[in-house]
Design a protein around this ligand. Structure first.
Ligand code: SAM
Length: 255
């Protein structure tokens, strides 16, 4: 595949084995094609590893951070559960939203919470909003502990950002979907890795072993959930596609 950007003529030429097309450079379609490649280069350059939220590293890109903020503000959950804590930046993000909304608390699960990260999260200004659980996200003891922390009638949203293998995400979807309330979401992050099988820092097996495979299998067997990108709360553009690593990530509970 080739993309040829011609800024003299303001065109983008897209060449594949089957086709060659030249389109306007400043078009919606051109934006999608360039953004797709931008995400691949950004991954290779560790762009997602360059941000913090209120002092803690958050391994996300700005669009995904803003989009999850939009969803959390719309749903106003009582409980936000995330698998995959790492440095804690995403937990601090959710805690800061709970603090601003005067509602909600955060449960974070990680198989290994490193001592320095644990210290920094526990000593953060927003630590009172966060419960940390150490263990594999699919461990029965962890699931039982999480259940014990949720009261009946509480609104729950779940973000899955731990091990992104198809099997682990599928296991997480099967376990954590039961905790999600109607009209809320379970979000399986980083499905874009299926497009990162052929770039530096990517792995060939990601082409088939990725969260999107798990998501598709899960929704085919669980009619209570649909893949639904949340509607934009503000959009004065013609654009309707997110520039995201969270491909097909948002599963809405409709029943
Ligand atoms: C991508 S990082 C999480 C990034 C974080 N959510 C953020 O936005 O900054 C993935 C984390 O998942 C954890 N992890 C890997 N396998 C896991 C499992 N089976 N259960 C729980 N956590 C796991 C790793 O230890 C790592 O800290």
């Amino acid at each position: 595949m080739k993309l040829i950007i011609d800024t003299n003529n303001n065109t983008l030429t897209h060449i594949t084995d089957e086709d060659r097309r030249t389109i306007k450079l400043h078009s919606k379609e051109s934006f999608a094609l360039i953004s797709h490649q931008w995400l691949k280069v950004a991954w290779s350059q560790k762009y997602p590893y360059t941000f913090t939220w209120l002092g803690r590293p958050i391994i996300q890109i700005p669009e995904d951070i803003v989009r999850i903020q939009e969803v959390i503000y719309k749903i106003k959950p009582d409980v936000i559960i995330e698998t995959g804590v790492a440095h804690g930046g995403s937990l601090i993000l959710y805690a800061s939203l709970c603090n601003s909304m005067r509602n909600g608390r955060v449960i974070g699960v990680d198989v290994e919470i490193r001592p320095y990260n644990l210290h920094e999260i526990k000593n953060h200004e927003l630590s009172s909003y966060i419960t940390l659980l150490e263990g594999a996200s699919t461990d029965n003891k962890i699931i039982e502990k999480i259940k014990s922390l949720i009261k009946p009638d509480e609104t729950v949203i779940v973000i899955l950002d731990s091990n992104h293998s198809k099997q682990n995400v599928l296991d997480e979807l099967n376990l954590y979907s039961k905790l999600v309330t109607k009209n809320s979401y379970i979000i399986a992050a980083d499905g874009f890795m299926k497009h990162l099988y052929d770039v530096p820092r990517g792995k060939s097996e990601w082409l088939t072993d990725n969260p999107v495979e798990a998501i598709l299998e899960f929704v085919s067997k669980n009619p209570d959930f649909i893949i639904k990108n949340p509607e934009r709360l503000f959009n004065e553009s013609e654009l309707n596609m997110n520039i995201t690593y969270w491909t097909c990530a948002f599963l809405k509970r409709i029943k």
